[in-house]
Design a protein around this ligand. Structure first.
Ligand code: XMP
Length: 489
């Protein structure tokens, strides 16, 4: 033990400090740019990402986050197939051109069409023959009043001869005009031989206009990141996630400053060119530097500061989050740092960015929103959703069950043994229902803009250059909260 160093350093977190207001020439908060980098090659208009927790990010959350300028990281606490399917749903959700539209063959029935429409959450299906030549189009509307699931789709589809189609490579303007003038929802694209070459939907064009800040890839599809571990099927999982279109892989383990994590980052960088590899979690300059040296395109920072974490209590290890961000930023150099965990209010976002984070990752605050997985529950007249730590007992038992496979005869025995030895580093519980995630993001971004204008920063790099923190005492903290009034509304 380095006795001489014992207690010499002080670790600070969000509530320990405030940002000192500085001269500002910003007239309106709208003039502030919140653009930032998630990783080497992924830029966000809104520097907020949703956490790879099973109570937070699956496709619905990732779609909403990307539409509003942030990003979602799909959790890995599912089977390989399930995680890949979530990524695919985000990539398919919208794009200028859906390059590989879902199709059905000539013998398909109404029942099969419903199945496909429901499972992929799409509005219609192109019917093709064995050579992928277009036969027709079936939409939800065509089959919504259909009584017989066995009826052939050929009888209800709009046949090719009555279908408006466009050549592959059609411009967005021409496609928009065709959709509008013909009052249609879907425009199949064809190649020179009449084969299906893509699909443009009116809905996607409308969404493009509705979400101007959306985080999109070069093909106009929403971006999404996906988490992987460092054991078991992780390499195969990564490969399949990349095939499904994941824009970044997040190598996510509790102690990211480890030989395992460093080796995994190296292996992923070797295997997957053109995909950003994010790694964590760390809480120190050395940790960040080692991951960057291994090739990480961003470093995820935070040990034990999350709302559902008990790592610091159980292990005695961790670094208060603002110090962890600032130290890690020093070690990461130009590589973006993601401040992961502990965000409770908009001011925390500003402080995290000012301390050196390029983006923040939010868990439980988003677990209470409409888009998080799981139902809303009613307790004593109020609405709640569930959240839980990924190292909580419940999550560990679920993981064991999944790994053992459904129906495994020794399941209860295995789970029982594991539970006896388990030392959970996370907890679970109810969290107040907070409405749609974009409403929460709007509050966070509004606070960030305000915080930046108090500092006099026009953009995130300027915020980091100009920020001056002042430590507050307990009395100062109390003064920051509403006080001396009867009720707050
Ligand atoms: P918030 O505060 O936004 O934090 O809910 C989200 C982050 O918390 C981390 N996390 C955990 N940390 N034990 C831990 O020590 C856990 O069981 C656990 N589950 C999640 C994770 O980094 C997440 O992004």
């Amino acid at each position: 033990m380095k006795v001489s160093a014992l207690g010499r350093r002080v670790g600070l977190t969000f509530d320990d400090v405030l940002l000192v207001p500085g001269f500002s020439d910003i007239e309106s908060r709208k003039d502030v740019s919140t653009k930032s980098r998630f990783s080497t090659n992924i830029e966000l208009n809104v520097p907020i990402v949703s956490a790879n927790m099973d109570a937070v990010t699956e496709s619905a959350m990732a779609i909403a986050m990307a539409r509003h300028g942030g990003l979602g990281v799909i959790h890995r606490f599912s089977t390989l197939e399930e995680e890949v399917a979530e990524v695919a749903k985000v990539k398919r959700s919208e794009g200028v051109v859906i390059e590989d539209p879902i199709t059905l063959g000539p013998d398909a029935t109404v029942g099969e069409a419903w199945e496909v429409i429901r499972s992929h959450d799409i509005g219609g299906i192109v019917m093709v023959d064995g050579q992928r030549r277009i036969l027709g189009l079936v939409t939800r509307r065509d089959i919504s009043l259909e009584d017989s699931p066995r009826r052939s789709l050929k009888e209800v589809m709009t046949p090719r001869r009555r279908l408006v189609a466009a050549p592959r490579g059609v411009s967005l303007e021409d496609a928009t005009r065709l959709l509008r003038d013909n009052k249609i929802e879907k425009l199949p694209l064809v190649d020179g031989r009449g084969r299906l070459a893509g699909l443009i939907t009116a809905k996607d064009i409308v969404k493009r206009r509705m979400f101007p800040l959306a985080t999109k890839d070069s093909k106009g599809r929403l971006r999404v990141a996906a988490a992987v571990g460092v054991k078991g099927d992780y390499l195969k999982r990564a490969e399949r996630l990349v095939e499904a279109g994941a824009d970044a892989l997040v190598v996510d383990i509790a102690h990211g400053h480890s030989a395992h994590a460093i080796e995994t980052v190296r292996a992923m960088k070797r295997a997957f060119r053109g995909v950003d590899v994010v790694a964590g979690n760390v809480a120190t300059a050395r940790g960040a530097a080692d991951l960057v040296k291994a090739g990480a395109d961003a470093v995820k920072v935070g040990v034990g500061g999350g709302s559902v974490c008990v790592t610091r209590i159980v292990s005695g290890s961790g670094v208060p989050q603002l110090t962890a961000i600032s130290d890690s930023r020093a070690g990461a150099g130009d590589v973006p740092v993601i401040g992961d965990g502990g965000i409770r209010s908009p001011g925390d976002v500003t402080k995290a960015l000012a301390a050196g984070a390029s983006t923040v990752m939010v868990g439980s605050l988003f677990a209470g929103t409409e888009e998080s997985p799981g139902p809303t529950v009613l307790r004593e007249g109020a609405r709640f959703k569930m959240t839980r730590g990924m190292a909580s007992l419940g999550a560990s038992v679920d993981r064991l069950r999944r790994e053992a496979g459904a129906g495994s005869p020794k399941m209860d025995e295995l789970v029982g043994e594991a539970m006896e030895e388990a030392v959970p580093e996370g907890v679970g519980g109810l969290i107040p229902y907070r409405g749609r995630v974009d409403e929460v993001v709007t509050q966070l971004v509004g606070g960030l803009r305000s915080g930046m204008s108090y500092v006099g920063a026009h953009d995130v790099p300027e915020l980091q250059r100009k920020a001056e923190f002042i430590r507050v005492t307990e009395a100062g903290r109390k003064e920051s909260l509403p006080h001396d009034i009867k009720s707050v509304f």
